[in-house]
Design a protein. Structure first.
Ligand code: KIV
Length: 281
């Protein structure tokens, strides 16, 4: 794998803290976020300049070959979080490492604290949980105990069986109002980031503007969020079979993986990605 020398020298790139990320957000700079599951890709994402690496439970699909994220265990997440965090620390230590809480590990605040502690001790700086209003007391419980939280609403893949498939959420007035309430309650509980997945662009713009201390990160949610995330395998064109409609293969405009990641970061910062979600749903 070749690494291009075009990234700024490590010495010029200070480590990102939640504090500096929130400053970026309040100043209107777009946040770039990619998934990574191992040391090599985490090092490239760091070099490319992403602010947040999500060790996503999507690893169940793209690494383990399952057809949902449900089989992923806390031990799987601990292992991959450790691989990514070790690499980031050895490399430039710049991005925030966000650990994803797998299915069935945060049904109560106490269980969530125990599970989140495992990921934090593996090197995560923050954890992500899927769910709306019902999760607000858990978010508050974690934040109060020193664990920063990223929420995740809209299409929540761990609930694929109750949602009836991987489909756009928030299309009716009631569903849109519910998502707005979810976002407001999660922010009030202390979540500082919120992934909006497969939500109509107009709604995600409204949610983004309604929040003031919680940065929205879109995936299939239009350009008006505070930042964007893509699953690594989707943006490198590695995904076989059903590629999400909102994904873009950044290898089309790059000759190395590092260049593709850098193109993603630039496109997010310059609001050139995503381009067509406004018309997609
Ligand atoms: O697990 C994951 O990769 C995710 C993203 C799709 C946001 O949750």
């Amino acid at each position: 794998m070749s690494v291009q020398p075009s990234a700024p020298p490590a010495s010029k790139r200070a480590a990102i803290t939640l504090h500096s990320l929130m400053k970026m957000y309040s100043e209107g700079e777009k946040i770039s976020m990619l998934t990574a599951y191992d040391a090599s890709f985490a090092a490239l994402a760091d070099l490319a300049g992403v602010e947040v690496i999500l060790v996503g439970d999507s690893l169940g699909m793209v690494c383990q070959g399952h057809n949902s994220t449900l089989p992923v265990t806390l031990e799987d997440m601990r292992y991959h979080t450790e691989c990514v965090a070790r690499s980031v620390q050895k490399q430039h230590g710049r991005p925030i490492v966000l650990g994803d809480m797998p299915f069935g590990t945060y049904a109560t605040p106490e269980q969530a604290f125990r599970s989140a502690s495992v990921l934090m001790q593996a090197g995560a700086h923050m954890v992500k949980l899927e769910g709306g209003v019902w999760l607000a007391p858990t978010v508050e419980f974690l934040v109060t105990r020193g664990i920063p939280v990223c929420g995740h609403i809209g299409l929540t893949p761990q609930s694929v069986n109750t949602l009836g498939g991987y489909r756009v959420q928030g299309r009716t007035d009631n569903a849109a109002q519910q998502l707005m309430q979810d976002a407001l309650q999660l922010e009030k509980a202390g979540a500082q980031m919120l992934v909006l997945e497969m939500v109509p662009a107009v709604l995600s713009g409204d949610i983004t503007r309604a929040l003031s201390t919680c940065a929205t990160i879109g995936i299939g949610a239009g350009v008006d969020t505070a930042g964007q995330i893509l699953v690594l395998h989707d943006m490198l064109g590695v995904t076989q079979g059903k590629v999400p409609k909102f994904a873009h293969n950044f290898m089309n405009e790059a000759s190395t993986i590092l260049e593709a990641m850098q193109a993603f970061v630039r496109a997010v910062k310059e609001q050139r990605f995503p381009v067509n979600e406004l018309h997609a749903w």
